[in-house]
Design a protein around this ligand. Structure first.
Ligand SMILES: [Zn+2]
Length: 123
């Protein structure tokens, strides 16, 4: 099985695949060492004429890392929105405050909210 010869037909097939828009990968068939091709999200060996499952460990790791970062970004975005609306509410309360004491307390809250917002905006 592992000494399968690469036939001329396979090379012609490969050339035709490339012409059809298939992508030649930097991976090789575990059976015959023929370069693997990718088309329609499928990776296959034109020499063995079968789909090949390869483990792209490094790429998968990068993908999940990116998704994790997206999740964090999304959380920060929501937090940012909430903080901004809280800040504008506190501002409204300050404008409508009926006593100096109320303004003082609200201003303190406002300061805290603004500093949190600044903190999360820092990269
Ligand atoms: Zn093969």
């Amino acid at each position: 099985m592992s000494n399968k010869k690469i036939s001329e037909d396979s090379i012609i097939d490969a050339a035709q695949l490339l012409r059809k828009g298939a992508k030649m990968l930097s991976y090789y068939c575990p059976e015959c060492k023929f370069p693997l091709f990718e088309a329609d999200n499928k990776i296959f060996c034109p020499n063995c004429e079968r789909e090949v499952k390869i483990e792209k460990k490094a790429e998968i790791a990068v993908d999940s890392g990116e998704k994790e970062r997206e999740k964090i970004d999304e959380k920060f975005r929501l937090l940012d929105e909430k903080l901004q609306s809280a800040i504008s509410k506190v501002c409204d309360l300050i404008l409508n405050a009926s006593s100096a004491e109320e303004v003082r307390i609200l201003s303190e809250s406002l300061e805290k909210l603004v500093s949190i917002l600044e903190k999360i905006k820092k990269p």
